[in-house]
Design a protein around this ligand. Structure first.
Ligand code: DX5
Ligand code: ZN
Length: 224
């Protein structure tokens, strides 16, 4: 079943606990946490202490997306802080196989992220190691950007490779996800849909999650 993952980047950080409780009332069971270092992307967000605080107020799966130049150094700290899964950018990881295996050895799921300009074919030799692949549908760094439709092609391709090779990895999308494109994204083969501004910048975030989830579930019903 597809899942909507609210991205807390668009939440009100002064009221983070309440913001999380609200999306969980709407049915969210996975939360997306964006980590930016001001080098890999032109923005700064949060570090392990914040993840540790979030861990204390939720049982939801914490999906940590590292947009940083040195994932080897910091990924273990996020697992220790309570992340259930950690993804690193293909463009930032020099020894991707080792990085993913290190994350897994610490007890978390390991994902690899592709920027919009990075082709899916580059993952051929790592797909049997990764627990999930995150396709960026915006250039990373900021919430509220416009969806890049080519991401759908990449998801279809990945989904096809997954079928052909009988691999278990999950497919995630991040950036510009909203009511208008959820159906197409799920039908392309995506499992996890990250949504920031379309959830937290709506009138009621619980309702927004519920609505997006309903569209996602319906899309799958149409497909089968
Ligand atoms: C962007 C982040 C996203 C961001 C998505 O670099 O990785 O997770 O929160 O926000 P929206 O859904 O507003 O595009
Ligand atoms: Zn993200």
């Amino acid at each position: 079943m597809p899942q909507i993952l609210p991205s807390i980047l668009s939440a009100d950080f002064a009221r983070l606990g309440e913001e999380i409780a609200s999306v969980e009332r709407g049915g969210a069971r996975m939360l997306h946490v964006d980590v930016m270092d001001g080098h890999f992307v032109p923005n700064l967000t949060l570090g392990p202490p914040v993840v540790e605080s979030i861990r204390k107020v939720t049982k939801s799966v914490l999906d940590v997306h590292l947009m940083i130049t040195d994932p080897d150094k910091y990924a273990p700290l996020f697992v220790e802080a309570g992340a259930d899964q950690v993804s690193v950018h293909y463009e930032a990881a020099t020894h991707l196989d080792r990085t993913l295996r290190t994350i897994q050895s610490l007890g978390a799921k390991a994902g690899v992220v592709l920027n919009p300009a990075t082709p899916v074919s580059l993952l051929d030799d790592i797909l049997d190691v990764a627990d999930y692949v995150l396709i960026m549908s915006v250039n990373p760094g900021f919430g509220g950007q416009k969806f890049i439709p080519n991401a759908l092609k990449k998801i279809r391709r990945l989904s096809q490779v997954r079928r052909e090779r009988g691999l278990p990895f999950r497919i995630e999308i991040d950036g510009g996800v909203n009511h208008d494109n959820v159906e197409a994204i799920v039908q392309a083969g995506c499992d996890w849909l990250v949504a920031g501004s379309s959830v937290f910048h709506s009138a009621d975030s619980a309702t927004a999650v519920r609505d997006l989830q309903r569209i996602a579930d319906g899309a799958l019903a149409v497909k089968v």
